[in-house]
Design a protein around this ligand. Sequence first.
Ligand code: TXA
Ligand code: MG
Length: 339
Amino acid sequence: MNTLITDGSDLERAAELLRGGGLVIFPTETVYGLGASAYDARAAYNVFEAKGRPHDNPLIVHVSDPREAENFAYTNELYYRLAGAFMPGPLTLILKKRDNIPPEVTAGGDTVGVRCPSHPVAREFIRLAGVPVAAPSANLSGRPSPTTAAHCIDDMNGRVDAIIDGGECEFGLESTVALITGADSLKILRPGAVTAEALSCVCENVTTSEGLAPGETPLSPGMKYRHYAPKAPLYLLDGERENVISYVKRRLGAGERCLFICYDADAPMFGAAAISLGDEADELLHAHRLFAALRMTDKYGEQNALDAIYTYMPQRDGGISAAIYNRLIRAADHTVIEV
Ligand code: TXA
Ligand code: MG
């Protein structure tokens, strides 16, 4: 299949491809999405095939206006309160679905995730499509989510009908996913840029479902898979900053072929082994760069032998740090080294 790659000047053509049952990758403010009509069972099935995604992991449905959720889901007062505060934006709310959303989209479940992205190209594309757009992140299953069109081309060229290039995604981590559990209650299933603190300003009871007990079934199926994984093993180094730095220096000194995902102040000490996430204090920038950094390690590993990747254990001090921790701990398959 030839993939149409467009800079966004050809949105009408891309929307037509989607309406006709095709797969179209589009930019959002979080990560790129791999879209199909949410009313088309076969197209939704093809999304799973193109990504190599397990069929038990539901897709979220994108709208250009929060009110469009009425067409395929049962909304309520809390939904509109949250939509008023955070949509368009990086929040996905799980609602009971109506019958017109086929089970292929929701992996057989009776709920559907609704997201109204704020990216202008995403909103215009969905509006032109004229149907709600089911879309997971546009990576091959198990790889870091794509934050540039080049990442999408690396993973999906030839597997989709079109890729709309909208430049770098602003946040770089996927949306916050939250389940409405009561008239004034929410459970965060996946942390993102809309933080628990922010949600608490609008909703009385906000809980999070981090960390599963052994044998427990996750409410959000995507959380059980090893996600965002780079090809070489990633280790999170937990300890004082000087200890982290001397640990990586020792490994390099012992001849280990490793990369260090670090901050600007560290980079000069590590030369070609350093990939910087930016200034240490700028957590939004770390989020923006994280997946690109993990993909860089894969590119490096294709040319050179690579034994290990190290990075700091992220602080968990509120804000976006919960989302960074959630992605890194999975990318590292929970391997933390105390230093
Ligand atoms: O920012 C984002 O959310 C991006 C962009 C493209 O919008 N999309 C994205 O989709 O990250 P995906 O499929 O990679 O992740 C969606 C997550 C998965 O963990 C999935 O299990 C969960 O949301 N999810 C989707 N529908 C659900 C449902 N009905 N109930 C519980 N969890 C659901
Ligand atoms: Mg994903």
